[in-house]
Ligand binder design. Sequence first.
Ligand code: ASC
Length: 149
Amino acid sequence: MKLKHFALIALAPTLLVSGIAYAQFKKPEDAIKYRQSAFTVMANSFGKIGAVVKGEAPFNKDDVAKNAAVVSILSTLPWQAFGAGTEGGNALPGVWSDNAKFKSAAEKMQVAVANLNTAAQSGDQEAIKKAFGAAGATCKGCHDDFKKK
Ligand code: ASC
C-alpha cells in the first residue's frame, strides 16, 4: 500500500469527526446533490426507527441497531458539502451567514444520533424511544433555522 493511501485511511476517522472537508466537488451542484443524498439516506433509516418508536412497526432489535448505525455514520457526512460557493438547494443563506450557529446545530445532531446508536445497540426500548425523541428535536431545530420550508 502506498504511504499516501495508508495515511488517508489512518486519518479517515479524524477527518470525519472533525468535519474537515476532504470530499472534493467539481461543481456546486455536486455538493448539493451529495449533502441531499446523505440526508435522504439518513432520513430513511431514521424514519424506520421512528415507525418502531411510534408502534407502527414491530420492534426488531437488530433492524433498529442497524438503522441507528447507518444514521450515526451518515450524520458525519453532509457538512463537508456546505462549503463556500455551494449555496442553494434546500439550504437557507443562514448556513453561510451564521455558520457558527449552523455548525453548532450540526454537532448537536451528531451527538444526539450517536446517543441513539448507543441506545439501539443496547436494545433498551425505553432508551431508544428517549434518544429518538432527542435526536428528532435536533433535526427539527436545525431545519427551523437553516432549511427551506
Ligand atoms: C425525520 C426526518 C426529519 C426529522 C424531523 C424531526 O424522520 O426526515 O427531518 O425526523 O422531522 O422533527
